[in-house]
Ligand binder design. Sequence first.
Ligand SMILES: CC(C)(COP(=O)(O)OP(=O)(O)OC[C@H]1O[C@@H](n2cnc3c(N)ncnc32)[C@H](O)[C@@H]1OP(=O)(O)O)[C@@H](O)C(=O)NCCC(=O)NCCS
Length: 176
Amino acid sequence: MTDIVFRDATATDIPVLHRLIESAYRGPASRAGWTTEAELLGGQRTDPDDLAAILADPAQAMLTAWRDGELVGCVLIADRGGGTGYFGMLAVNPTLQSGGLGRRLVEAAHESLAARFGARRARISVFPQRETLIAWYRRLGYEPTGETLPFPYDEPRFGLPLRDDLHFIVMERALA
Ligand SMILES: CC(C)(COP(=O)(O)OP(=O)(O)OC[C@H]1O[C@@H](n2cnc3c(N)ncnc32)[C@H](O)[C@@H]1OP(=O)(O)O)[C@@H](O)C(=O)NCCC(=O)NCCS
C-alpha cells in the first residue's frame, strides 16, 4: 500500500465517509472483506445526519485515512469521561483489508484518545458472534470487561437486525 495520510474528517467528507462505512459494514460489498456485520444486520450502519452530529461534537472526532486522495479507512473516537475513551465505526475499504491499515487506525485512535481527551483506557463494544474480530481485538490488547450493552432494537437508524438476540460485549485495554 502506498503512503497513507491521516487527518480528521470535516463536513465535506461526509458523503464519501458514509459510503465507506456502509460498504465495510453491510451488504454484498462488505463480503469482500474478512469481517462484516452483513450476517447480523441489514439496513444502514449510519447516515449523513448521524455523521454530521459526530463531527459537530467536541467530545468526538472521526479520524480518516487517505491514499492518493481516496478515503480508504476511518475510525470514530469519543471521550467517555473519567479517563475512558471509546472507538467505533472502524472501517477499511473491503478490497484493501488485511494489509495492516485497520491496526494503524486502531493505533491512531489510541494516540488521539490519550492526547486529546487524556484517556488512560480505551473501550469498544462488539457483537459476541464476531469471533474472528474479537480474536483480533484480543491481539490488539483488548479483554472483555464482563459488561454487556443492549442492541437498540427500536432504532432502525442503527440497522435492521436479522436475529433477535443481538447485544454487545464491552472490551477494554489500558493506554500507555
Ligand atoms: C475490522 C477492520 C477495520 C480491519 O481492517 P484491516 O485493514 O483488515 O485490519 P489489519 O489488516 O490491520 O488486520 C487484519 C487482521 O485480521 C486477520 N485476518 C485477516 N483475514 C482473516 C480471516 N479470514 N479470519 C480471521 N482473521 C483474519 C489478520 O491476520 C490481521 O490480524 P493481525 O493484525 O493480528 O495479523 C475491517 O475488517 C473492516 O472494516 N471491517 C468491517 C467493519 C467492522 O466490522 N468494523 C469493526 C466493528 S467493531
